[in-house]
Design a protein around this ligand. Structure first.
Ligand SMILES: *Cc1c(COP(=O)(O)O)cnc(C)c1O
Length: 477
């Protein structure tokens, strides 16, 4: 180990400090002295010296910075040791960690979208060893990973064949590259959209070598608009679900059936990107109906594409279902290899799809359990939380509120819920939210008009105790 002296920083800055800050700075312990501190012996035994040294250097520098910034007193060596110890343990944590989603946004893109069912998590664990990923157990020889999930998809959505790729964006790129490169895809002007994260339909088209032909107007597109745009270069009629926005008022669009008819009567294919892959009827929960793959296929779509981790409630992937001769063309395309899914995804996807096959999705798939949770159930839960916290001296209220679907699905739709509300005033509530995110299992809450708000709808049952512990730790004194 070399270089264990900390930088003394800019001397002229130091010279402008008052005398007590100067004294405090001079009293800061050296890195070497800190490393010998009894409170750091446990972490020194457990972790490599380089990690502990870095953590100590960071803690001493922070102490120095806070003295310079606020003219604060010299922190005790115990408090520097505690900061260093925390930083050292932090350094051996992965950066990707579980969090508690108390935002009430069910498919929270920033928090990993759909949480998986218990069966899907178990399936991932089991797939971690050897599996028949590409092995034919009957023939005793080489098989294909693309055989998995197909049987269940056939039963659940009624497709002839299916192909699972890395995500729905990849599915779109593959479909356009394999079926429309150098040809034209006809799309309503209202569907030439940006999905999020810079993912724009016209750019995806360009990347895939397809030529976008926009038809109709922003608010109105009719079946004959598609028909009039057909040329000898046309390959596809396409629909892209306007997942994350809504056009209201004087609007019109062709039905899926009409689009399929126009396509087929001109010898073209009709492909439907429905986005979120709702397999159940969302209108049963008092919200708008999301397009479902089984409906699209029944209406004549040749291919339907959707995400695995939005309303389907499974792992991140892109699912392409449809006619077997067309899926066969996709499988032969070189991009398929580049976009292929791993064994964990396939394992979790099959387990998730089985919940639908067994008619138990509403109970077993977290996304649907959250969607179908009733307000009185939420109210009871928050009341319990409030009384537990009250025993710990933390005052919280139970207030009505709204949960949202998120994940670019069902914009503007909300589900009535009850929230745990802790009113602290603007600045303090913000600080509390920061502290909640700094807990060992970080809690993501909302802050609104000086109140910290937590929605039980999106808190996984197994995380409730951790949530209450985090609240007590963050909010007590
Ligand atoms: C979300 C979405 C996509 C992108 O799907 P990913 O799985 O996130 O790649 C594509 N099309 C539509 C209509 C979507 O809603």
């Amino acid at each position: 180990m070399n270089d264990i002296q900390i930088s003394t920083g800019n001397e002229s800055t130091g010279a402008t400090q008052n005398g007590s800050a100067q004294t405090a700075l001079r009293g800061l312990p050296s890195i070497e002295r800190m490393l010998a501190h009894p409170d750091l012996q446990r972490v020194r035994e457990a972790l490599p010296l380089s990690i502990v040294t870095d953590a100590v250097r960071k803690a001493v520098e922070e102490a120095r910075a806070s003295i310079l910034a606020g003219g604060e007193d010299l922190p005790s060596s115990e408090s520097i040791a505690a900061a260093a110890s925390a930083a050292a343990w932090q350094a051996i944590m992965p950066s990707l960690r579980p969090v508690i989603n108390a935002t009430g946004v069910i498919i929270h893109t920033n928090l990993g979208r759909a949480p998986l069912s218990t069966a899907a998590v178990d399936a991932i664990r089991e797939a971690a060893g050897y599996s028949n990923l590409e092995y034919d157990l009957v023939a005793g020889g080489r098989g294909s990973r693309y055989t998995h999930a197909i049987r269940i998809l056939r039963q659940v959505v009624g497709c002839e064949d299916a192909l699972v790729v890395n995500n729905n964006a990849a599915a779109l790129v593959l479909v356009l590259s394999a079926l429309c490169s150098g040809r034209e895809a006809i799309l309503s002007r209202s569907q030439s959209v940006e999905i999020g994260g810079g993912f724009r339909i016209p750019e995806i088209m360009k990347t895939s070598g397809a030529h976008l032909v926009e038809v109709g107007t922003t608010n109105r597109t009719y079946a004959h608009d598609y028909a009039n745009a057909v040329t000898e270069k046309s390959a596809l009629v396409m629909r892209v679900h306007s997942s994350n926005f809504r056009i209201v008022g004087f609007t019109a669009s062709a039905t899926v059936q009409e689009m399929a008819e126009v396509a087929h009567s001109h010898g073209l294919l009709f492909v439907d990107d429905i986005g979120s892959g709702a397999l159940l009827d969302t209108s049963r929960y008092g919200i708008q109906a999301e397009p479902r793959p089984q409906e699209s296929l029944a209406a004549g779509a040749d291919l339907v594409m959707f995400s695995g981790d939005k309303l389907l409630g499974g792992p991140q992937c892109g699912i392409i279902v449809g006619k077997s001769d067309i899926v066969a063309r996709l499988k032969k395309h070189p991009l398929t290899r580049a976009l292929r899914v791993d064994k964990f995804t396939l394992a979790a996807l099959e387990a998730t799809l089985l919940h639908y096959l067994k008619n138990e999705a509403e109970r077993e798939v977290p996304v649907w359990r959250m969607l179908s949770a009733q307000p009185d159930e939420m109210q009871r839960k928050v009341q319990q939380w409030a009384s537990t916290l009250s025993e710990a001296g933390i005052q919280a209220e139970v207030v009505p509120g709204q949960s949202t679907i998120g994940g670019g699905s069902l914009p503007g739709e909300t589900l009535p819920t009850y929230l745990l509300s802790i009113n602290q005033g603007e600045a303090e509530a913000g600080r509390s939210a920061d502290k909640l995110r700094a807990q060992s299992t970080p809690v993501i809450a909302r802050v609104d008009r000086g109140s910290l708000l937590l929605d039980p709808r999106t808190v996984l049952p197994a995380q409730e105790q951790a949530l209450l512990d985090a609240l007590k730790s963050a909010l007590q004194n």
